[in-house]
Design a protein around this ligand. Structure first.
Ligand code: MG
Length: 310
């Protein structure tokens, strides 16, 4: 099987013996983009510069052996999912156990059969592609295509702990489309879906930094997580979101105040403490959102209680 994507897939070959690299190169060069390293340090540098789709890694190398390279990669969250196949002349079963326990997906012993190497590489790359696809899919909201609540929860947990360590503030905005039930009743659910998509995209475009995340939290509710952002910065982003949705000018006959689609936004900022829980930040933004609704909608309200219990 040869298809377009395979030609773009990258494999890193790591072996201290150039002749071994040559043999693997001959075996795989028609199907993949290959690059090479003859020692562990070069391998780690190449992987962090441009992460490959798979690594074929010699075990016995001077200075830094394949096991060490594997350990270093598995300790790095950004690189630990790259499949590693160990390749070695050793035949002892215990060596295979060591390699697989370190997290390698497979083990090939020299001298190898090129046809089998090709098939194993293809299978592992296909499995990696499916894992990546499912991981992406399971973190996206099916309707709007923006990250879902699961993605938000995972990032909130990460950022909460990061801000605990760094002592930096963490902000969260909760935005809710005003009178959305009446919008669906008036225009029908298909138009309602279009409205959700358009508002979601608009809110997402209002974010400034690559570390910020907008997620669909449920129904007509969206949450933006802004790491290392203080209350003033969060209010500015919320204000821009409010304006951007107003600027869409989507008609909404059921919205008495404005005649168009608007959002209400609750803003909360905390300095995460060791004893607090990240869910408190969600609760704080939710109560600010409630106030924004009470005060007449189409506005930003900031949570103002002391953050001592956060
Ligand atoms: Mg070697």
């Amino acid at each position: 099987m040869k298809s377009g994507y395979e030609g773009q897939l990258m494999i890193l070959l790591v072996d201290d013996a150039p002749t071994n690299i040559q043999v693997l190169n001959e075996t795989l060069k028609d199907d993949y983009r290959l690059f090479f390293a003859t020692n562990g340090r070069d391998a780690l540098r190449l992987v962090s510069e441009s992460p490959p789709d798979l690594i074929i890694l010699d075990v016995i190398m001077p200075d830094m052996d394949g096991y060490e390279v594997c350990r270093a990669l598995k300790a790095n969250a950004a690189l630990q999912d790259i499949p590693i196949i160990f390749i070695t002349a050793m035949r002892q079963q215990e060596d295979e156990v060591v390699g697989l326990e370190l997290g390698a997906v497979d083990y090939i012993t020299k001298p190898f059969n090129p046809a089998i190497v090709r098939l194993r590489v293809r299978n592992h790359i296909e499995l990696k592609r499916q894992r990546d696809f499912l991981a992406r899919l399971s973190n996206l909201d099916g309707l709007t295509g923006i990250p879902n609540r699961r993605a938000l929860d995972a990032k909130l947990d990460r950022e909460w702990r990061r801000c605990q360590r760094s002592g930096k503030p963490l902000s969260l905005l909760m935005a809710d489309i005003d009178h959305f039930k009446s919008y669906n009743d008036t225009y029908g659910h298909l138009t309602g879906d279009d409205c959700l998509k358009e508002v979601g995209t608009t809110l997402q475009e209002a974010l400034e930094r690559p570390g910020d995340l907008l997620a669909r939290y449920g129904g007509e509710e969206f949450v933006a997580l802004l790491p290392e952002t203080d209350a003033a910065g969060a209010s500015r982003v919320a204000g821009r979101m409010l304006q951007a949705v107003n600027a869409l000018g989507l008609p909404h006959a059921g919205a008495r105040e404005t005649g168009q689609v608007t959002v209400s936004i609750g803003v909360a900022t905390v300095q995460p403490m060791r004893t607090g829980a990240s869910t408190n930040l969600l609760l704080a933004a939710d109560s600010a959102l409630y106030q924004a609704k009470q005060q007449g909608r189409n506005r930003v309200t900031t949570w103002s209680q002391p953050a001592a219990d956060a």
